[in-house]
Design a protein around this ligand. Structure first.
Ligand code: UT7
Length: 355
């Protein structure tokens, strides 16, 4: 049995933040951001009104409607995010409550795989559906980055890149054995975990677990004691509670791993890059997408890019792009769609779908 995406939806908040808006609060320029990333603007959620969960619910309702089901029909939730409403519990249960479907007591799973979160989540849904365990799995990627970014110049290399949004899909059994999810490939390599990370607050207790011998100051003086090391005044003072990224390091690995994992899925499905009708790459950087497009020999109209309008929405970027491409009529029945992502962890993955 195969699984298929039966319905898909996305939600982005109304508030548009341009590069010029950011240049008013930090030392950056529209020119730098566009040249290095392709980003022109991003969306930010409404403070005190919208959260990662509420945006996910908006996307999920659309996905349900398009799949011809009610939220109550959902058998299982897989929620990918790096910007959860709470440290715990995860957004899966919050989404269940937000959708008003707690009476079913359906399981909810949270995925912490950052940019590749949606591809991982989709793969999990695929396994559950193919084994006949569940019929309607809700897969969501949602991010409210704007609440946790450093808007001073110190954070500019990260902050200008990220935006808010959510995407969702309903995964169901496919009645046609030739259509649906053909292959998913998932990988990780924790060697460079700290190269793109949000380390504090955390339970690491100041222990330096980076095995590369690089000194990392997590903001914990040795005299700190149990109960005081999760989040410390020094951490706040030095701003060590924001995401950090070594951009060039990440970039170099991304352009290597994207084509690798796409070819791996193609090989399993007995297909070639030239068979792809639409590539939906994680929207990390327009230059990365263009590089991958070139390696695969795809035309401009075979790759969906929307980073210009939304920035990098991490776990939400693949489903938002997929949904936009579908809504624009660029994905038709029978088309071969390839999803691919790479990011923090490092984790990466791909999915091949016969639509
Ligand atoms: O989605 C998760 C996966 N993430 C990725 O795949 C991201 C991969 N990496 C990238 O996309 C790029 O590395 C970035 C867009 C993050 C950065 O572009 P870059 O061309 O690699 O720039 P850089 O980090 O090497 O920085 C170049 C210069 C530095 O100044 P100096 O040291 O040359 O004087 C930075 O301080 O640009 C400076 N800079 C900025 N200047 C203006 C960094 N951020 C900014 C900024 N505005 N926002």
């Amino acid at each position: 049995m195969r699984s298929k995406i039966a319905g898909i939806g996305y939600y982005v908040p109304e508030k548009v933040v341009t590069n010029d808006d950011l240049s008013k609060v930090m030392d950056t320029t529209d020119e730098w951001i566009q040249e290095r990333t392709g980003i022109q603007q991003r969306r930010y959620g409404k403070k005190h009104q919208e959260t990662t969960t509420t945006m996910a619910a908006a996307a999920a309702r659309i996905a349900c409607e398009r799949a011809g089901i009610q939220p109550e029909d959902i058998d299982f939730i897989v929620f990918a995010t790096l910007s959860p409403d709470y440290y715990f519990p995860g957004c899966g249960v919050l989404l269940q409550r937000e959708l008003g479907i707690t009476q079913r007591e359906a399981g909810a799973l949270d995925i912490r795989n950052q940019c590749s979160g949606f591809v991982y989540a989709l793969s999990i849904a695929d396994q559950f559906v193919r084994t006949g365990t569940y019929k309607n799995v809700l897969v969501v990627g949602s991010e409210m980055h704007s609440m946790g970014l450093d808007f001073s110049t110190r954070g500019r290399n990260v902050t200008v890149i990220f935006g808010d949004g959510a995407g969702a899909a309903i995964v169901q059994p496919s009645d046609d054995p030739n259509r649906g999810i053909l292959a998913t490939k998932l990988h990780s390599d924790g060697t460079y975990a700290e190269k793109l990370a949000f380390i504090n607050p955390g339970a690491h207790g100041g222990y330096h677990f980076n095995k590369m011998g690089e000194a990392t100051d997590f903001g914990f003086p040795p005299e700190d004691t149990y109960g005081e090391i999760f989040i410390t005044p020094r951490m706040i003072e030095t701003g060590q509670y924001y995401p950090n990224m070594e951009g060039q390091f990440v970039f170099k690995l991304a352009v290597q791993k994207f084509p690798e994992v796409i070819h791996e899925a193609l090989k399993e499905a007995g297909l070639q890059a030239s068979d792809i009708n639409m590539l939906i790459p994680h929207q990390a950087n327009l230059r990365i997408s263009q590089f991958v497009q070139k390696i695969l020999g795809l035309r401009d109209d075979q790759v969906w890019n929307n980073i210009q309008r939304y920035g990098n929405t991490t776990a939400a970027s693949v489903p938002i792009a997929l949904c936009e491409a579908w809504e624009a009529g660029k994905i038709k029945e029978g088309d071969l769609v390839c999803l691919a992502a790479f990011g923090s962890g490092f984790t990466w993955g791909s999915a091949l779908i016969r639509w």
